[in-house]
Design a protein around this ligand. Structure first.
Ligand code: 6PG
Length: 230
């Protein structure tokens, strides 16, 4: 875990790590795929990243997960990304939404997998958050169809979280699968505060991915966690 003494250092270190990885991918392969999470933690990172001087027209952005709500709904991750990242210099990037007109993630999964196949794969960068329960993206502990989402060759999978203090009311979700996260060239986990640090330490010794799904990714060579106390 990379300890950042201040919020400002944390924001700048994560932004630089993402920016450097995207530039390297574009230099090597002419384009880069960036997969981003929702939630509150990464908002200041997206604001900073949107101002980075990058070859954004060759950066293709997609979501790590989505609540099955309309893009103008306050809980929409697409709404969050359009408001905090897809602006300033990053406005030139392309974006693939995860929410479709289908009535459920189950009905949309084939369509969304086809859309995600247009991204360079393995993904170049994924920015993850984590809940105090050890979920990441929408890989929630003991969720219905979690086993499938952790063991499929698909890029995304539908999932229905078990209601908890962490899930909120939006239980029907689409998420990156375990393998599509694990194969990403640069996996970044952004963490803030003591509760998240405690959960991260628990995930580091957790042997059961169904208990704390984030534990699947912590040992990968291509993984880094950035934590700040504030
Ligand atoms: C979501 C996110 C989710 C998030 C964690 C942490 O759709 O909610 O993708 O995985 O990263 O729940 O959320 P906070 O950053 O708000 O604590």
């Amino acid at each position: 875990m990379i300890l950042c003494e201040t919020q400002d250092q944390w924001e700048h270190e994560i932004t630089s790590a993402i920016s450097n990885a995207l530039q390297a991918a574009i230099k090597l392969r002419g384009k880069a795929s960036l997969v981003v999470s929702g939630g509150s933690t990464p908002k200041p990172i997206y604001e900073l990243l949107s101002q980075e001087d990058l070859d954004w027209k060759n950066v293709h952005i997609a979501l790590a997960d989505e609540r099955w709500v309309e893009p103008d709904h306050p809980a929409s991750n697409e709404k969050l990304i359009r408001e905090t990242l897809l602006k300033n210099k990053a406005k030139a990037a392309s974006f693939i939404p995860m929410k479709t007109a289908h009535t459920s993630p189950q009905e949309a999964v084939t369509f969304v997998n086809e859309a995600y196949k247009t991204l360079s794969f393995p993904f170049d960068v994924v920015l993850l958050g984590m809940g105090p329960d050890g979920h990441t993206a929408s890989l929630f502990p003991h969720a219905a169809s979690l086993s499938l989402a952790l063991n499929t060759e698909d890029i995304v999978a539908p999932i229905k979280a078990q209601k908890s203090g962490v899930t909120g009311v939006h239980l029907d979700r689409m998420t990156l699968t375990g393998p599509s996260i694990a194969t990403t060239r640069t996996i970044i986990l952004a963490l803030k505060g003591q509760e998240k640090k405690k959960a991260y330490n628990q995930a580091n010794i957790c042997q059961d991915a169904h208990e704390m799904p984030v534990s699947l990714f912590l040992k990968a060579d291509n993984f880094n966690a950035y934590w700040t106390p504030s």
